[in-house]
Write a protein that binds this ligand. Structure first.
Ligand SMILES: Nc1ncnc2c1ncn2[C@@H]1O[C@H](COP(=O)(O)OP(=O)(O)OP(=O)(O)O)[C@@H](O)[C@H]1O
Ligand SMILES: [Mg+2]
Length: 230
């Protein structure tokens, strides 16, 4: 199993009120290698919170998260950072590309921490290939501000894949795009998740995107519920 969550809980202190709010009340699911899951649910239901936990960006208050049979809570900070960098690619609703760096450099950035000097030509070749695959050949030296929203999101997808992660996490990756652009970015996300053999967890309100995935779940009142027959 690539990822398993067992009875995972997350509570936030409401800012200013000192009240505790249990956002995730016991999330349990498994994701196999190359498995795909869509998560929907109302605003504020905890979808991003869940992705942050799966992405090792935040830690759970209770329950267990295992990634490749390793208990995440038992990892030291440095180990967790290395693990996250190598195993997980992120795409968010906003692209978070660095505005003063070229597209190629943006895509290469996640590869910096783990790279040895001799690896670099191969890594750069991969980054260029991903830009080509995302329809951005010729844009290597462009700055993010010179691109359309869809092009930026495709570059963010190339960046998420540069380290050949085993898991791709996407938080409303098409949420800020118009309908046609959203459909094409969603299609590309699916194609690349297949081609690159990653698992995929995507938070989305797009039926078109959710429909093609192994499972669709709705997060509501702190719990993940099946949606429809799957
Ligand atoms: N760092 C934090 N500190 C305190 N409360 C938080 C924090 N992050 C999120 N929350 C609260 O937890 C709840 C869930 O937030 P989350 O961002 O996970 O929801 P969401 O389902 O992703 O919503 P949306 O669809 O609007 O993106 C919200 O009520 C939010 O205010
Ligand atoms: Mg969110």
């Amino acid at each position: 199993m690539l990822l398993s969550l067992t009875d995972v809980k997350k509570t936030y202190l409401t800012p200013g009120y000192g009240e505790r709010r249990e956002v995730l009340k016991g999330i349990t699911f498994d994701l196999e290698e190359r498995g795909t899951l869509a998560v929907t649910g109302p605003s504020g239901s905890g979808k991003s919170t869940l992705l942050h936990l799966i992405g090792l960006l935040d830690s759970a208050d209770a329950g267990e998260i295992k990634f490749k049979d390793k208990t995440v809570a038992a990892m030291g900070e440095a180990e967790r950072d290395r693990f996250r960098n190598r195993e997980i690619g992120f795409v968010f609703q906003l692209h978070y590309l660095l505005p003063q760096h070229t597209l190629l450099d943006n895509v290469l950035l996640p590869a910096l921490p783990g790279a040895r000097r001799g690896d670099w030509p191969e890594i750069e070749k991969r980054a260029r290939r991903l830009l080509e695959r995302t329809g951005l050949k010729g844009f290597e030296r462009a700055l993010p501000g010179e691109l359309s929203g869809g092009e930026r999101q495709r570059a963010a997808l190339a960046r998420a894949l540069v380290n050949s992660p085993s898991l791709l996490l996407a938080d409303e990756p098409t949420g800020s795009l118009d309908r046609d652009t959203a459909l094409s970015v969603a299609g590309l996300l699916r194609e690349l998740n297949r081609e690159e053999n990653t698992a995929l967890v995507v938070v989305t309100h797009s039926d078109e995107l959710a429909r093609g995935l192994d499972r669709v779940r709705r997060l509501e009142n702190g719990l993940l519920k099946p949606l429809g027959p799957r």
